[in-house]
Ligand binder design. Structure first.
Ligand code: HEC
Length: 120
């Protein structure tokens, strides 16, 4: 096999592996994030302020995405990690469950994008 026949594949693998969290959020489909949010997150996070039917009974309360302040770091990577691995992975509440086994990765990046769009 000649080297240039695999070069495009190698190049795309390298590019895929260096795509940053910010790139993944930038290219994510916010409508997909919104859809997943209403299915999995609304019961606690509600309209984004944490006023969902279950959320308003919780202590600590669900994060308020309208103010946009985060407890476990506010970078796209940090938010993605909390969604994927749960807040307990950062020393927080187990009520914020790990969603990594339930929600596909591209949808989790889309959730990060959607959550950011709720900030007023
Ligand atoms: C059963 C209730 C519940 C559900 C459902 C839920 N969360 Fe949470 N979430 C919480 C609670 C409680 C916290 C606060 C955790 C803490 O302070 O330790 C939280 C915190 C967060 C944070 C803040 C992390 C930080 O650094 O401040 C993010 C982001 C988040 N949730 C995203 C989501 C997403 C996305 C979904 C849906 C896939 C979701 N949550 C579903 C209860 C929930």
């Amino acid at each position: 096999m000649r080297i240039w026949s695999i070069a495009p594949l190698a190049a795309s693998l390298i590019l895929a592996s260096v795509a940053t969290a910010d790139d993944k959020v930038a290219s994510a489909d916010v409508a997909k994030g919104k859809q997943a949010y209403s299915t999995y997150c609304f019961t606690c996070h509600g309209d984004g302020s944490g006023n969902g039917p279950v959320g308003k009974t919780l202590k600590p309360p669900p994060r308020d995405f309208v103010t946009g302040d985060f407890k476990y770091g506010g970078s796209n990577q940090d938010i993605f990690e909390v969604i994927s691995n749960g807040a307990a992975s950062k020393g927080g509440s187990a009520m914020m469950a790990p969603w990594g086994a339930v929600i596909p990765e591209d949808t989790r990046w889309a959730l990060v994008k959607y959550i950011r769009s709720l900030k007023k």
